[in-house]
Design a protein around this ligand. Structure first.
Ligand code: IPE
Ligand code: IPE
Ligand code: MG
Length: 249
């Protein structure tokens, strides 16, 4: 199925896929396990999804790993997640590098535990020249926060005379976002059954296609991922315009 996707539908592949990896906790609770077991299982799923993304030559993948609101969770869960991110990087960075993946952390990275900041930085350094899948990990990320930070950077440029108010447009604004240089999100996938975006990629998903599934992230498979991509390839995206066949009238 992967080959079929690569060969036949490459031109209809989204340039940028976002995934809200949700439902880890509920998956574990349904099985009578601790929520942490769900997060561990979620990491396994993520590895499979990355493998698939690399195989089909996807350009950009952004995953939601931890939101600016997730600090509200019990200290033990937050702590577990921070350790899990560290462990993931330690174990996976070599393989990601071998796969020509270019990792990039987005969000308020400087507020993460110091050891994780260094590891994230090291991984980015290691992969900075890679040309394959651009893999953004949204960690301590919030779409509203990203927009506020971008606004502050722009205000600073105005104050120091680098920019005039009249020069601000969508392009300038985008250049101050964490995803600078990446295409907008074409396809936004959310697992876990909830129909919301929970502060993910607010600017970048202006014209995204959405794909929701009841499947909790630990049970999300490469097959279902490919199903979402296939569904995307059939969507009629108009971007505010009318269909090409209707433009004459
Ligand atoms: C998503 O799964 C992972 C993170 C937010 C870190 P959840 O932990 O939100 O799982 P549910 O939604 O409670 O099942
Ligand atoms: C979104 O999931 C954040 C991540 C997947 C990292 P949440 O579980 O935090 O979202 P809500 O609370 O259900 O909106
Ligand atoms: Mg959740």
């Amino acid at each position: 199925m992967q080959n079929e996707m690569t060969e036949k539908n490459n031109s209809e592949l989204p340039n940028h896929v976002g995934i809200i990896m949700d439902g880890n906790g509920r998956w574990a609770e349904n099985l009578g396990l601790m929520r942490s077991a769900g997060h561990l299982a979620g990491v396994k799923t993520l590895k499979q999804i990355i493998k698939t993304a690399v195989n089909i030559n996807l350009k950009t993948l952004t995953v939601y790993a931890f939101s600016t609101e997730n600090w509200k969770r019990p200290h033990t869960e937050v702590d577990f997640l921070m350790h899990l991110f560290s462990e993931y990087l330690e174990k996976e960075k070599r393989e990601l590098n071998e796969k020509n993946v270019k990792i990039h952390f987005i969000g308020r990275i400087n507020e993460l535990p110091q050891s994780l900041i260094s590891q994230a930085h090291d991984a980015e350094e290691m992969m900075k020249k890679n040309t394959g899948l651009k893999f953004n990990v949204a960690t301590n990320y919030g779409g509203q926060d990203e927009i506020v930070r971008a606004t502050k950077k722009i205000a600073e440029k105005i104050l120091n005379g680098e920019l005039k108010i009249d020069e601000i447009d969508a392009k300038i604004f985008e250049s101050q976002l964490d995803t600078v240089g990446d295409p907008p999100i074409d396809l936004l996938i959310r697992t876990g059954g909830d129909l919301r975006i929970s502060n993910f990629m607010l600017w970048q998903s202006a014209y995204s296609e959405f794909w929701f599934t009841e499947t909790n992230f630990p049970e999300f498979t490469p097959e279902e991922f490919l199903k979402a991509l296939k569904d995307f390839s059939k969507r009629d995206r108009r971007f505010g315009n009318v269909k090409t066949s209707q433009t004459k009238g």
